[in-house]
Design a protein around this ligand. Structure first.
Ligand code: PHB
Length: 391
C-alpha cells in the first residue's frame, strides 16, 4: 500500500521535524536570567559591589552554569532608596522578565522586592537586607535569605553587653527598619540580662551629621553605646565617635556591619572595637581559606561579610537549580531541595530555618589591625524567631 506508507513516512518526518527544535533546546537550554537589584551608588554602594562579586565568583566556579543553565545578569542600581524600589523591581520583573531576583542591601527597599516576588511568583534570594518582614509576615516558599535577620547579631550583642555587667546603654542608629530592628533585638537580650536602654537616638538615613547626638551621649554618660551603621555611614560614625573623645570612656558595641568592609577607611579609630556577626576575618577553616584566596585572586580585594552573603545566595540558587534540572518554575521541588540542604558557606556550614533564614553561629569579633578577628562564639546556631511567619 504505497499511499499509506507515504503517509507514514510523511508523518514520521513531521514528528522528527517537530522534535528537532526540542532536541536543540535540550542541548542548549535558554540562559537563566538573574536580576541583581543592589545599591551601586550612595552609602551602601560598596556593599552592593561585594555582593555581586560573591555571586559571580560562585557561578564562575561552577563554569558559568547552575543546574545546566548558563547565567545571564540584569542589573539595577536601587540607590538604597525605598521611594524608587517598586519601579526598580518592576524593571527587572516586568521589563527584563528575570527568572530570579537577587537583592538587596537596604531593609526599606527589600520590602518592595518581597511584595513583587509574592505578587508575581518570582523567586527571590535576599543577600543582605535583614528586615524581619522578609522571613516574618511575608515569608513564602519561594523567598530565601542567605544573610541574617536584623535581630540575630543584635540579640547576640545584647547578651554580650549584659554579661559584661553593663547596666545602662544609649543606642544610636539610622532611623529605618534595619536600625529599629537592630536596636529592638539588642534591647530584648540586654534587658533580659538585667541592663536598661536609657535613651534611643537616631537620625534619618543616610544623614551623617552626628555631632549633636554625640553631645547627647556624652551628657547621658551611659556604661556603653550600641550602634547600627553600615558602609560609608559606619566609617564616618566610628571616626566621629573617636574624634569626639568618646571612645576612650564609653565602650562602643554593634553588629559587625560597623567594621566590615570599612577598616581601611576607619584606620586606628576602629582599633579594639567589639562586634557580633556571622562572619569574621580569621575563621581559619579550609572552606573559608579557599574562598578568600579565590576572591582575592578574582578581585584583588579581601572579601567581607557581604561578599560571603552574595556567594551563598548563588549557592542557594545552584542547589535549587540542580534539584530541578534547571527548571526554576518547579518551585516546590526547588524549595524542598534548599530546605534540606546544608549550605557549605565560608562562614561555616548552615541550614535555613522553616522561614528560610540562616540558622547560624554569631561570632564575637574584635578589630585588631586591619582584621575583624574572631575571638569567640557569642551565640551558637542562633535562629531568628520568625515572628509572624506562617508556613
Ligand atoms: C539593612 O538595611 O537591612 C542593612 C543594611 C546594611 C547592613 C546590614 C543591614 O550592613
Amino acid at each position: 500500500m504505497p499511499h499509506c506508507s507515504l503517509r507514514r513516512t510523511a508523518l514520521a518526518w513531521a514528528t522528527v521535524a517537530a522534535l528537532l527544535p526540542l532536541t536543540a533546546a535540550a542541548q542548549a537550554p535558554a540562559k537563566l536570567k538573574v536580576g541583581l537589584m543592589l545599591p551601586y551608588s550612595g552609602t551602601y554602594a560598596a556593599l552592593g559591589t561585594a555582593i555581586e562579586n560573591g555571586v559571580r565568583l560562585y557561578v564562575a566556579e561552577q563554569g558559568g552554569k547552575l543546574g545546566g543553565r548558563e547565567i545571564e545578569y540584569f542589573k539595577v542600581d536601587d540607590e538604597s532608596d525605598p521611594a524608587k524600589a517598586t519601579d526598580n523591581v518592576n524593571k527587572l520583573v516586568k521589563r527584563d522578565q528575570v527568572d530570579v531576583l537577587i537583592g538587596t542591601v537596604h531593609s526599606g527597599v527589600v520590602a518592595a522586592m518581597a511584595k513583587a516576588a509574592k505578587d508575581t511568583g518570582t523567586m527571590l534570594i535576599v543577600p543582605n537586607a535583614g528586615a524581619g518582614v522578609v522571613t516574618g509576615p511575608m515569608c513564602a516558599p519561594h523567598i530565601f535569605r542567605s544573610s541574617f535577620s536584623n535581630w540575630q547579631p543584635a540579640y547576640a550583642m545584647g547578651e554580650v553587653a549584659a554579661k559584661k555587667g553593663h547596666k545602662t546603654v544609649v543606642t544610636i542608629t539610622h532611623k529605618y527598619a534595619a536600625g529599629d530592628e537592630s536596636v529592638g533585638g539588642f534591647k530584648e537580650a540586654f534587658e533580659k540580662g538585667g541592663g536598661k536602654v536609657v535613651k534611643e537616638l537616631s537620625l534619618p538615613f543616610p544623614n551623617v551629621e552626628f555631632q549633636a547626638l554625640l553631645t547627647e551621649i556624652a551628657a547621658a554618660k551611659p556604661d556603653a553605646v550600641y550602634t547600627f551603621f553600615a558602609g560609608a555611614g559606619a566609617v564616618k560614625f566610628v571616626k566621629d565617635y573617636a574624634g569626639a573623645g568618646l571612645k576612650k570612656n564609653i565602650p562602643l558595641y554593634g553588629p559587625g556591619f560597623l567594621t566590615d568592609g570599612t577598616l581601611e577607611a576607619q584606620g586606628a579609630d576602629a582599633d579594639g572595637l567589639l562586634t557580633t556577626l556571622h562572619y569574621g576575618d580569621s575563621l581559619d577553616t579550609p572552606r573559608d581559606k579557599a574562598f578568600r584566596l579565590a576572591y582575592a585572586k578574582a578581585y584583588k580585594l579581601q572579601p567581607d561579610v557581604y561578599a560571603v552573603q552574595g556567594y551563598d545566595a548563588a549557592q542557594i540558587l545552584g542547589i535549587g537549580l540542580v534539584a530541578t534540572r534547571g527548571d526554576i518554575t518547579k518551585k516546590a521541588e526547588f524549595a524542598a531541595a534548599v530546605e534540606k540542604a546544608t549550605i557549605d558557606s565560608p562562614r561555616g556550614a548552615f541550614k535555613l530555618s522553616k522561614a528560610h533564614n540562616p540558622v547560624q553561629d554569631i561570632y564575637l569579633r574584635q578589630v585588631i589591625g586591619k582584621e575583624n578577628k574572631v575571638i569567640g562564639v557569642a551565640s551558637k546556631a542562633l535562629a531568628d524567631p520568625a515572628r509572624g511567619c506562617k508556613v
